[in-house]
Design a protein around this ligand. Structure first.
Ligand code: ATP
Length: 296
């Protein structure tokens, strides 16, 4: 189920020495993005989706976006053909995560069937379940028993994807202000090996995310974060990319069908192939995104 022909190094920002750092989503399939309110998590998540939608075709990457801040941040992203849907409530989130889990199981069954008869396996699109403010799924915040059960189910499916999603290429990118035991069960947290830790409220939060202090001392510049991965020896301080609103508009507006004033079911949307052609090299960091100042 591997795909060697496509590069999976995603540029994730620059160091103070202006060096671009890459995160290899093939090697480190699951990640968490954490940090205090206003530290730049959502802008970073939006950048990741934009970058991948421009660089890869929908046959290579698909997204399930769980935007528990009411779908506001990611609203225009529904026009990317890579995006299966944007899910805004706990119930929708549970159903979407269950669907991702089903995709994973179906792929595993198919691969097992093909391997048994020495047949070539298909290269599945990487399916990324991106969750913004995952803390909203915490069972502790449930109002009713039914609500609590839905949250637990969502987290159970997520835990299963975290454990066995690597080979069938179902990935998790989990954004939250504070991934403590209440909001993110340890079984999931331990599998989210890529860590993007923006400035935290305090030392304790830094320890929860990074297993050491330090993120509370980052300069208060939105988009500044510490990157931790099993592939790098030490955490790297990075300034994240972001996609300015007018650039996002330039990229997405051509994808919106003419005369769209209200919600149109995705099935009715038609795209011209060339609109999504990212070119041979995909988009360059410097063409589309901006990196904030390092400050002094
Ligand atoms: N990389 C960046 N460079 C420059 N400005 C940024 C960057 N990232 C975020 N910002 C600015 O900071 C503001 C807050 O960022 P964002 O909404 O991403 O924070 P957040 O961590 O998701 O907060 P919350 O948890 O409250 O949703 C943005 O509206 C934007 O103006």
């Amino acid at each position: 189920m591997t795909n060697t022909s496509v590069g999976w190094g995603i540029p994730i920002g620059k160091t103070r020495y202006n060096r671009t750092v890459y995160h290899n989503i093939n090697k480190i399939p699951h990640a968490k993005v954490a940090g205090a309110t206003g530290s730049g998590k959502t802008e970073f998540l939006k950048y990741l989706v934009t970058y991948m939608c421009m660089r890869y075709s929908p046959n290579q990457v698909e997204f399930i976006i769980v935007d528990l801040k009411n779908g506001v941040s990611f609203a225009p992203f529904k026009w990317f053909p890579h995006v299966r849907g944007i899910f805004k409530t706990v119930r929708e989130a549970m159903e979407a995560i269950e669907a991702a889990h089903k995709t994973m199981v179906d792929r595993l069954i198919e691969v097992e069937r093909l391997r048994a008869v020495f047949r070539k396996e298909p290269v599945y699109p990487r399916l990324i379940v991106l969750i913004d403010e995952g803390g909203e799924l915490a069972p502790a915040y449930a109002i009713t028993e039914q609500d609590k059960a839905m949250r637990k189910t969502a987290l159970d499916f997520l835990a299963s994807v975290a454990r066995i999603g690597r080979e069938p290429r179902v990935n998790i990118i989990y954004g939250t202000q504070r991934p403590d035991a209440d909001t993110l069960p340890v079984a999931i947290r331990g599998q989210l090996e890529g860590v993007f830790c923006f400035r935290t409220e305090n030392e304790l939060d830094s320890k929860i995310v990074l297993r050491h202090e330090g993120a509370e001392k980052l300069r208060w510049i939105p988009g500044r974060y510490l990157y931790k991965s099993p592939l790098v020896k030490h955490d790297i301080e990075i300034q994240s990319p972001y996609v300015p609103q007018k650039v996002l508009r330039r990229l997405i507006e051509p994808l919106i069908p003419v005369n769209t004033f209200y919600d149109i079911p995705r099935d009715e949307v038609r795209f011209k192939d060339e609109q999504m052609d990212p070119g041979d090299d995909g988009i360059g960091l410097d063409n589309v995104i901006r990196i904030g100042d390092w400050g002094r």
